[in-house]
Design a protein around this ligand. Structure first.
Ligand code: CA
Length: 223
């Protein structure tokens, strides 16, 4: 018998995993109103499109509001039925996810009917409906997608509330939290954002009644 000896060559492949710098965030928009003068209209927002003459709300930068450090924006509701919007610059999205954070203060006099909130619009300005509609009315934070309106939870009247909205366009979900209390389930939104040139902008709005005023601060949007 001829015994053939086989030489087994073991090929060792070294796999190097290059981990990207996960979590590196790109800030798309930040406004704490610190560079605006007291009493001015907030300079980084526009008022195009959505104001109605004498019954418009008044958007004004104030200082030292209700325990908040520095300046904030107050929306002074005027006549019954007043409505108004102010809009952020358009933000171009490079990723499928984005986060919006802001602080809101609603005085405790909540018996009057009012809504104050903001829309996230997609693509071109003022194409209805908004991608996301989130508002505070009578002590509750409500999230609207299309015809589905869901009470997200209670905001605390008479103090600042920190709202966070994490939206993932890839799976069409958004998770809202109030004062870092995440809601139990995500909200599913239609993805109406143009996949080729995704962009969003915010529109803060006020409608219905003359009281109470609403204070906003520290808008930050990143992805
Ligand atoms: Ca501030």
């Amino acid at each position: 018998m001829f015994l053939q000896k086989w030489v087994v060559i073991t090929l060792v492949v070294c796999l190097f995993t290059f981990t990207s710098v996960a979590g590196a965030e790109t800030v798309l928009f930040f406004e704490d109103f610190s560079s605006d003068a007291i009493g001015d209209f907030p300079s980084s927002f526009g008022r195009e499109g959505f104001l109605w003459g004498d019954v418009s709300p008044v958007f004004q930068v104030l200082d030292g509001l209700e325990g908040n450090d520095g300046k904030a924006l107050v929306v002074l509701g005027q006549e019954l039925g007043s409505q108004g919007y102010l809009t952020s610059p358009t933000m171009n999205l490079a990723k499928s996810d984005f986060v919006i954070e802001f602080d809101i203060f609603v005085p405790g006099e909540s018996e009057n009917k009012y809504d104050a909130g903001f829309y996230v619009f997609a693509n071109d300005p003022f194409v209805w409906p908004p991608f996301i509609n989130i508002y505070v009315g009578n002590g509750r934070l409500t999230v609207v997608e299309g015809s589905k309106e869901t009470t997200a939870g209670d905001v605390t009247m008479g103090q600042w509330n920190h709202i966070t909205l994490r939206s993932n366009l890839a799976d069409s979900t958004t998770i809202v939290s109030i004062n870092d209390q995440a809601l139990e389930r995500p909200y599913a939104f239609r993805t109406v954002i143009d996949a080729n040139t995704p962009k969003i902008y915010l529109a803060i709005f006020w409608r219905r009644d003359n009281r109470p005023d609403t204070y906003w601060d520290n808008f930050k949007v990143w992805q």
